[in-house]
Design a protein around this ligand. Sequence first.
Ligand SMILES: [Fe+2]
Ligand SMILES: [Fe+2]
Length: 278
Amino acid sequence: MTEFRLTQISDTHLARWLPKLTQNFERVCEYIDATRPDLVINSGDVAWDGPSSASDLEFARKLHDALPVACRYLPGNHDIGDNPTQIGPAPSHPVTEQDRQAFVTVFGDDRWRFDAAGWCFIGLNSLVMNSGLVSEAEQFDWLASELACVGSRPVALFLHKPVYLNTPEDPELVASAIRYVPMPARRRLVEILRSVDLRLIASGHVHQRRDYTCRSIRNVWAPSAGFVISDARQDRIGIKEVGLVEYRFQPDGFEVRIVKAPGQADIDLDVLLAKEPA
Ligand SMILES: [Fe+2]
Ligand SMILES: [Fe+2]
């Protein structure tokens, strides 16, 4: 295979009681049906609230089963709970081994590696980082052993949370610690990745699309496929639009296109949650 076409969707946040998000997902499905990539990756927050409602995970899985191409999944904080951080408030629902396992049961492995078009693709569970759970240590050991046999191939990394805002040295701040891979796990991750030719870090979580390069590593923040978050609730860093990301990988490079599927609507979170007038 000389070219590998991959579509990243993220932050679908699906639940039976939120039909507007299902409608946006259906527009994404139609677009994927028309474009037929080799693979779809959902980079997390697949469901609205996995830890409190197992039925959200199952509902999201059922909708993804309608996709006409293969799909791989990574967990988000709304699927399995959030990372503890060194600073800032503790998450209302910290990640647990039980919730991680519930995700794996419905969606398959929460970390994976495969090769295509001369590239090595790695997906990581970013929520167990800094958790102290057994699966955090297991994942770091697994990552080290996978990277040991990558050789000179370029590497593309997928995970739910961006690793950092602009550079690996960005300080962790109270206001934004939950937005990125937390310290000190971030430092360890960056260090392990130094041994390979990392070209791409593709994430979701922020519900803002962004595409920038830091020291020859392209950082792509996928937009949410479902909804945007107002400036009153969240800083504006990139572009607040819904959409999806299309990649074309060839042995000597890759292309990135962030697009909106026809009919996909920029639903604001506040509007989504507003009660209908009685
Ligand atoms: Fe999200
Ligand atoms: Fe998230």
